[in-house]
Design a protein around this ligand. Structure first.
Ligand SMILES: O=C(O)C1=C[C@@H](OP(=O)(O)O)[C@@H](O)[C@H](O)C1
Ligand SMILES: C=C(OP(=O)(O)O)C(=O)O
Length: 410
């Protein structure tokens, strides 16, 4: 199945969209609520990944849990199930999930005392987890592969007898996601510290106060609107809700980064307005290090291509182990449109060009972000997106919302 996006599907001059809650915040809070039921959560993400997380946590007797493509659910549940004393579960996922490494987290949990076995390949899901009391409280782990391993350990840490002290080895990747985890723990009253490469969490000995936590809307999903505005005429505006000026989400750097593409962002009450205020100079070179915001790399690469701008994106070493190898996928699909792209294991270089080929079919590789990142190119040319339903991993209403702002989708 595919959809066609017809060129000149211009957005009406002012449009507004309400985006579902952050899937990263939601999946952390859902797990915390399972441990501390006095918490209430509002604006939980309706993404597949959060629905799967919710279902898994609401099935305390299920012998097998399948979390499909949801990376955070896989990693966070591995830690959570390790401390469910007396329970034995097989935790599995999609065929891609079975290629996404989890050995660093499993080794760290085993050092803390967990009983986890690999069912197929060493270092990868599926896992058999026998829940038990974890007795140790100090562990060192590699921090340059995925921050999700670190967040997973931090999320269960306050339930360990002596809390947790993690020493992070190597250059820490996706740091804002670690800070998001600590920020949410602090909000529910768990004490934490993060100094240099050591993260500590104290055990929670008192009850968590009854409270409602409101999930901010998803900033990674907002990236596609930043791209749409960047590729639109001067004066085009889109309003998005509900956002906070002091976000826990690292992808909120979008408001700073997209200034380079002529987009101004203003905050008012709980919404942001994106406005195209300046034409971009075609001789400009975009140079971004995205180590702390890997999920917006695809959006940015496509925006730069749509504007014909040379760009050098670095800090992309984690992209190879996400929903697909995103570096290869980006190169392959951008080149179909006529782009010249060079990649290494951690970077992507795009040459400037002023030609965008029409009627290209974009393959999406089971990766929601491939579909959503390429959609804004519909402002420049007619294109097809294969397997458009992939968007539901993080943003099920994406195509309806695009339609509502004036995109012509068949
Ligand atoms: O903790 C999280 O919610 C996430 C962390 C990031 O992963 P890595 O730390 O593996 O880069 C990010 O790419 C992912 O979409 C969500
Ligand atoms: C990488 C992502 O998700 P996860 O790792 O949680 O599957 C993503 O949403 O871009």
């Amino acid at each position: 199945m595919n959809i066609q996006i017809l060129k000149s599907s211009k957005t009406s001059s002012t449009s507004s969209v309400t985006i579902t809650g952050s899937k990263s915040e939601s999946n952390r809070l859902l797990l915390l609520k399972a441990m501390y039921p006095t918490i209430d959560i509002e604006n939980v993400s309706n993404s597949d990944d959060s629905v799967l997380m919710q279902k898994a946590l609401q099935s305390p007797n299920a012998p097998i849990i399948d979390i499909h493509h949801a990376g955070t659910a896989m990693r966070f549940l591995t830690a959570y199930l390790s401390i469910q004393e007396g329970r034995e579960v097989v935790l599995t996922g999609s065929s891609r999930m079975k290629e996404r490494p989890i050995g660093i987290l499993v080794d760290a949990l085993r050092q803390l005392g967990a009983d986890i076995q690999y069912i197929e390949n060493e270092g990868f899901p599926p896992l058999t987890i026998k829940g038990k009391k974890l007795t140790e409280s100090k562990v060192t782990l590699k921090a340059d592969v995925s921050s999700q391993y670190i967040s997973a350990l931090l999320l269960i840490a306050s339930k360990l007898e002596n809390g947790l002290e993690l020493t992070l080895d190597g250059k820490i990747t996706s740091v804002p996601y670690i800070k998001m985890t600590l920020g949410l723990l602090n909000e529910i009253g768990v004490e934490t510290s993060f100094n240099n490469n050591v993260v500590k969490v104290k055990p929670k000995t008192t009850q968590v106060k009854p409270q409602t936590l409101v999930v901010e809307s998803d900033w990674s999903s907002a990236s596609y609107y930043f791209s749409i505005v960047a590729l639109s005429d001067i004066g085009t505006e889109i309003k998005l809700s509900s956002y906070k000026k002091n976000s826990l989400q690292g992808d909120s750097v979008l408001s700073g980064l997209y200034k380079e593409f002529g987009v101004a962002t203003s905050f008012e009450n709980n919404s942001i307005t994106l406005k195209k205020v300046q034409k971009t100079d075609s001789s400009k070179i975009i140079e971004f290090d995205l180590r702390n915001a890997p999920d917006i790399a695809q959006t940015i690469a496509v925006t730069a291509f749509g504007l014909g701008l040379e760009s050098e994106l670095t800090g992309l070493h984690t992209l190879k182990i996400k929903e697909t190898d995103r570096l290869v996928a980006l190169k392959t699909e951008l080149e179909k449109f006529g782009a010249e792209v060079a990649i290494t294991d951690e970077s992507l270089h795009l040459k400037s060009s002023d030609n965008i080929k029409s009627n290209i079919s974009v393959d999406t590789y089971n990766d929601h972000r491939m579909a959503m990142a390429f959609a804004p190119l519909g402002l420049k040319t007619t294109l097809k997106i294969n397997d458009p339903k992939v968007v539901s991993k993080s943003y099920p209403e994406f195509w309806n919302d695009l339609d509502s702002i004036g995109f012509k989708i068949k």
